[in-house]
Structures are given as structure tokens and as C-alpha cells.
Ligand binder design. Sequence first.
Ligand code: OAD
Length: 222
Amino acid sequence: MHIVFLTGAGMSAESGLSTFRDSGGLWEGYDPQKVASIEGWYSDRAMVQEFYNKRRSELAKAEPNQGHKLIAGLEAYFKVTVITQNVDNLHEKAGSTNVIHLHGELTKACNEAKTEVLEIGTRPIFLGEKAADGSDLRPFIVWFGEAVPLIEKAVEIISEADMIVIVGTSMQVYPAAGLIHYRKKDVPTFLIDPNDVVVPDYVQVIKEKASAGMSILINKIR
Ligand code: OAD
């Protein structure tokens, strides 16, 4: 059985990382068009670098939670793929070996053409720091207004899944939110989220935080 997880910011909430759209979430303090869009980068690089430098320094202190660990543990029994909108590395730190980051990775930087990618861990990118091709080094993040290069691979994976589990995403950002439409008919599909999320009728909702919800899901699988 191939279980595919679709995860979002709520997955890492119990690890102390803020979500975007909850009350007190990141988009209350920042304008996504200014810090998470390609236009934002062209108009104020200092603000964009500062936003992602802060995200990296928070990530340095974060550890995977029980939800991440339970997902990783399923690899002992099933083929598991995690398709995440998260840019943190907590799935990998928990032991997941098959993770697709749709929206990029905080621990990587790239040139402006996104053709050279380098590991930077959780260190800051300095304003004006250059990539090998002379362009500004930037966060390796998929911003609003940019293509999502891994979406086709994600569609292929979802269309082969035998079970789909959505965890901690408000399902408001496309194309990620549209992925479930590519599922095989009648594939068991679950949503783990403590709040209401608009999903199709066939989705079975487990209204819990990621850790508690994953324990319930594992009992169901057993
Ligand atoms: P959102 O902030 O939109 O949604 C977070 C979801 O997590 C909500 O449905 C919450 O109810 C839920 N949640 C909160 N705490 C939780 C917990 N402890 N356990 C489980 N779920 C919990 O985040 P995303 O859907 O991930 O993109 O946002 C998608 C994209 O929008 C992000 O990747 C980011 C953002 O703009 C870019 O920046 C390009």
C-alpha cells in the first residue's frame, strides 16, 4: 500500500512554528505580497531576506513533533510519500525519506535563475550576498507568482496513491490544494486538522491536531 501525505503549516504547529492563516499566524504580521512574492523580492530584498532569515533561525530551534514521527514510522510497513507545502525540514528530521517540498526549502539558497542550489542550513543569507553567477543569492522558496516545478511529479504520485492523508493545510493555495482531484476513485482520503477546512464529501475528517490525529489514523489503519 502506498500512503501519500499532503502536509501544510499545521503539521509543524506543535513544533512551535507558526502557521500562516490561523489567528496569530504569519500573514497577520506580514503581507504575503511583500515577503513571499517575486514582486516583493524585486521591490524590497532586505525585507524578504529578513523574513526568511527569521524563519531559518526559528527552524534551528524546532524539533519534529509526534505527528512527524508517526508519519516517518509508517515507512516500516508501507510505501510512504510526503508531499509538503512546508519549507521546514522537520519531516526529514523525523526520519521520513521520501519528501517532496512543493514550495521549496528553507535550508537551501539559490541564484536568481534558480539553476544553482546550495545547502545553507539555518544560517542567514546576507543582504547582497552573491551566487556563483553574480546574481543575488535568494531563499530557495517558491513564491507567489512563480512556477511550482514539482507539481507534475506530485500529481503523478497522488494518482498512484492507495490512501491519502491531508494534515494541517487550509487548502487555500493552488496548485497544491487541487492535488486531491487527481486521486484514484474510491481511495480512502482523510483530513487531520483541528479546525474546519472545506474539502470534498469523500474526505473523512479527523478533527484533531497533527499528533493526536495521527494516532487516531494509525489505529484506523490497524
Ligand atoms: P495555513 O496557515 O493556510 O493553514 C494551516 C492549517 O493548519 C489550518 O487549516 C489550521 O487549522 C491547521 N492547524 C493549526 N494548528 C494545527 C495543528 N496543531 N495540527 C494540525 N493542523 C493544524 O497553512 P498552509 O495551508 O500550509 O506558501 O498554507 C499554504 C501556503 O500558504 C504555504 O505553503 C505558504 C503560504 O502562503 C508560500 O509562502 C508560497
